[in-house]
Design a protein around this ligand. Structure first.
Ligand code: GMT
Length: 378
């Protein structure tokens, strides 16, 4: 879509491995390619911000330490950096991803800029745990509610997250659903046969899971689903990512005598290459507002087996792109996995369906919704 005006946009996100940072970075990169000037404001270079683009700028938030501070005031440093970046680069708007503490820091920056005679529209995109886990905790809830309501526009990444937000907070504004997206072209299967053969030299099926290994991802379920499959057919499991649940996951693999067929790949940023060798993606999470990792797998033409929590049923279509089961229903998920892996014709049809579904969430389809929203605000 051709836009009428080139915009100068501030993009605020968490830079670490996690869906919200991925979405913010990929959105910024896509907008930069369309000619907009994008200014990332965060405490560390976002991990997917790995290519040079003359339209992309990165401003690091420094939090000076001082012996008095047991808790360095990141939010204050962030708000001040926002003010400086907005003024020095004449930004048109500020888009913050993940409410805490980005929406409240943005509110503070907006008020400071108002005194300078500059009005800066704030867009807050809600991603999931900022609402469902952390945000509704009463330690944060009053500030989260206030700063979301003070945003000029609010978006949520799924209908489920919009509903959850209304359920837990008194939101007076409309929340627009703009779903997450994926660059389908980039995720097209690369068919790196040598890589596949290294992991599965005897033609074993490859199952894969990728996450930040937090409790909510239910890594033990991933391993136990794999065990159900492994008991029946030769297969391998690739676990991508790292986080607090990893030691327990390794222990469980030893306990179930699976270690020789499980690979812990650690944190990886070339997901498209890794996904291209897999047959089936597992995401049995306790909750996912959206499940970007599953969408990326589908874009690589991989069928997915997920729980039915949160917004997962909005992207994974039962008995078409993959299967859904209740959270914790390892037996059903194992049965569904076998149903696909033991029948190549069905598996191939599901893969085709998964890719077709991912195309509905292609970057080219979704990014214009953000541009339209920005233009409306300006
Ligand atoms: O899932 C995580 O642990 C990371 C988290 C984040 O904030 O980065 O992901 C959330 O945002 C992603 C992008 O919008 C969604 O795809 C994930 O489903 C969502 N995670 C949860 O809701 C648990």
């Amino acid at each position: 879509m051709a836009t009428t005006k080139t915009m100068h946009i501030g993009m605020v996100c968490y830079p670490t491995f996690g869906g919200s940072g991925v979405v913010a970075t990929e959105l910024g990169k896509a907008l930069a390619q369309k000619g907009h000037q994008i200014h990332f404001i965060t405490y560390q270079q976002p991990f997917r911000l790995n290519t040079f683009d003359p339209n992309i700028f990165y401003h690091e938030v420094h939090v000076p330490s001082y012996p008095l501070f047991d808790f360095p005031p990141y939010e204050t440093a962030l708000a001040s950096t926002m003010v400086n970046v907005i003024l020095h680069n004449n930004l048109d708007l500020l888009h913050v991803h993940y409410a805490i503490p980005h929406a409240s820091a943005a509110y503070m920056a907006k008020q400071i800029l108002k005194k300078e005679g500059k009005n800066i529209p704030i867009i807050t995109t809600l991603h999931g745990t900022d609402i469902t886990l952390v945000g509704k905790d009463k330690t944060y809830a009053p500030v989260v509610t206030f700063s979301i309501n003070e945003s000029d526009a609010i978006t949520a990444v799924s209908q489920n997250l919009r509903d959850e937000t209304h359920k837990h907070f008194k939101i007076e504004k409309e929340i627009e659903v703009i779903p997450n997206f994926v660059d389908v072209h980039r995720f097209q299967r690369k068919g790196i046969d040598a890589f596949r053969k290294m992991l599965a030299p005897n033609g074993e099926k490859i199952l894969i899971h990728a996450s930040n290994f937090r409790k909510l991802k239910r890594i033990p379920d991933v391993i136990r689903i794999f065990k159900e499959v492994h008991d029946q057919i030769p297969c391998k499991l690739m676990l991508v990512g790292d986080g607090p649940e990893r030691p327990a996951a390794e222990e469980l693999c030893h306990e179930l005598n699976l270690m020789h067929d499980v690979q812990f790949a650690g944190k990886q940023d070339q997901m498209e290459e890794i996904l291209s060798i897999a047959d089936l993606f597992l995401l049995p999470s306790e909750y996912e507002s959206f499940g970007l990792a599953a969408l990326e797998a589908m874009a690589a033409g991989i069928s997915v087996i997920t729980s039915d929590a949160g917004g997962l049923s909005e992207i994974n279509i039962h008995n078409s792109t993959g299967f859904l089961a209740n959270v914790g229903d390892i037996k059903s998920m194992g049965k569904y996995a076998l149903q696909l892996l033991q029948n190549d014709a069905t598996l191939n049809q599901f893969k085709v369906n998964a890719l077709a579904q991912a195309k509905k969430y292609d970057i080219q389809v979704i990014v214009p919704h953000y541009e339209k929203l920005y233009e409306k605000l300006l």
